[in-house]
Design a protein around this ligand. Structure first.
Ligand code: SDX
Length: 429
């Protein structure tokens, strides 16, 4: 997309830089030639003002609280579609026809089993390993089992690797869960839809029939839609950077999962629930609000704040509605954690500190309550986030690989270390 130019005066020189304008959202100043023209780098740790790429997948308006997947509002996709429809949309750029959807569902369903030797791979982990440690290891290990889909220059192999990861992530996540609770792995069942299959692989036991609760399956499917993609967040940027070196797709997605695990990112849903449990009751909220505002206290309200959203995270609103749906379906009338969450949100949103800093609940604030009510242990929350975000990582990786202008990502630095100096022999130190 073209635009006008901007000028930079530096050391008496005037440097012209093109302004590129997208279809919606902020324009960008193309600084690619800045170093060649000025001998200087830009400086933006945390990339608060830096666009790393051009993309057509997801658009976020942080001030208005808008999230679009390929132009479609998240509210409409969550309301009317299912997760595999969102996967098709993110990968292909358009909503599928009925025939395309049926074919996509069929192909994903028939890739849900993992190589039987992967079960043995799991045996190497301690039973008390965190499911995300198991997920990062087993996703990476996929490149040791599926050599026939690691050549990134082959569009067919890219497609096969993509389908394999979308299809097998629920199986790996369920295996990680079962392994840590000492129960046998449950094979996927092709007669079930994607999310019902996942619930059954998590909660079925050989000793009895397992009946999927359709309300819970629909709720979890919607939660997956909410988590599917989110522009150039930390884990997606990790996947793009890993992919820019030509690393195989399984290794790139494993890198994304490792980054997602951090409590400031996808690990926040686990941290948010632990925070609600630590607060324990509505009476304790003021003490924790004060801690969150205290500059000398590292405590933060987990599930609050966002780099981009300076308004309510649109996903959090849908998440809150889903929480009530699930608790009602399960007959959970008064969940003390929900009471704490609702009161904490009410107090925080009326407190000048949070208002001035534009700190609102994000997607992680309510998800933990919902997932816990469904029977997932806190340690599984980020694994569920990784399951859903896999399609976003893959769509962004695919877009980068297919971009003719893509090059290996290699940022520079502002060096403030020791200037060159001579080696001192140890006897003279
Ligand atoms: C996800 O990027 C994405 O899109 C991520 C994600 C996705 O879908 O991929 O949306 C998923 O990761 C959601 C975010 C989950 N993380 C948390 O809930 C952890 C708690 N939130 C924060 O750590 C923080 O808000 C971040 C990490 C989310 C954003 O950090 P920023 O943009 O670097 O903001 P900041 O840390 O500079 O905070 C700005 C100010 C600071 O105060 P000052 O130094 O300006 O005085 O707000 C304060 C912070 O101290 N602040 C908080 C706070 N978050 C920020 N104070 C109390 N509690 C908080 N949660």
């Amino acid at each position: 997309m073209s635009g006008s130019t901007s000028q930079l005066q530096v050391d008496g020189k005037t440097v012209d830089m093109a302004i590129k304008t997208g279809s919606i959202g902020p324009s960008v100043i193309d600084i690619a030639k800045l170093y060649a023209q000025t001998g200087m780098f830009t400086y933006d740790p945390g990339f608060t003002s830096t666009a790393s790429c051009e993309s057509q997948i997801t658009y976020i308006d942080g001030d208005e609280g808008i999230l679009l997947y390929r132009g479609y509002p998240i509210e409409q996709l969550a309301e009317h579609g299912d997760f595999l429809e969102t996967c098709y949309l993110l990968l292909e750029g358009e909503l599928p026809t009925a025939a395309q959807k049926a074919d996509f569902d069929y192909r994903v369903t028939r890739h849900t089993m993992v190589h039987e030797q992967m079960a043995r791979f799991f045996q190497g982990f301690r039973r008390d390993a965190h499911p995300m440690a198991v997920m990062v290891g087993s996703i990476g290990a996929m490149s040791a089992f599926y050599h026939d889909s690691t050549d990134i220059s082959d569009p067919h192999q890219r497609m096969v690797a993509s389908m394999r990861m979308i299809a097998k992530m629920p199986t790996l996540a369920a295996m990680a869960f079962k392994y840590t609770i000492g129960q046998p792995f449950v094979y996927p069942l092709n007669s079930l839809d994607y999310t019902s299959n996942f619930l059954r692989m998590c909660f079925a036991v050989p000793a009895e029939e397992y009946k999927v609760n359709p309300v819970l399956s629909r709720a979890l499917d919607r939660i997956f839609i909410l988590h599917a993609d989110h522009e150039q967040n930390a884990s997606t940027s990790t996947v793009r950077l890993a992919g820019s070196s030509g690393a195989n797709p399984f290794a790139c997605i494993a890198a994304g999962a490792a980054c997602l695990w951090g409590p400031a990112h996808g690990g926040a849903n686990e941290a948010a629930l632990k925070m609600l449990e630590e607060i324990g009751s509505v009476e304790n909220i003021p003490k924790y609000i004060a801690k969150a505002k205290d500059k000398n206290d590292p405590f933060r309200l987990m599930g609050f704040g966002h780099r981009v959203y300076k308004n309510y995270d649109p996903r959090a609103k849908i998440m809150q509605k889903t929480t009530h749906e699930v608790l009602n379906e399960l007959g959970i009338k008064d969940d003390p954690l929900l009471d704490v969450a609702i009161e904490l949100e009410r107090i925080a949103l009326s407190d000048s500190y949070f208002i001035e800093k534009k700190l609102y609940p994000n997607i992680d604030f309510y998800s933990g309550i919902t997932l816990k009510a469904m029977g997932f242990p806190t340690s599984m929350f980020t694994a569920l986030f990784a399951l859903a975000r896999t399609v976003g990582w893959i769509a962004q990786w695919k877009e980068m690989i297919e971009d003719p202008s893509q090059r290996i990502g290699r940022p520079r630095q502002l060096y403030t270390g020791a200037p060159q100096r001579e080696y001192t022999p140890i006897g003279r130190r």
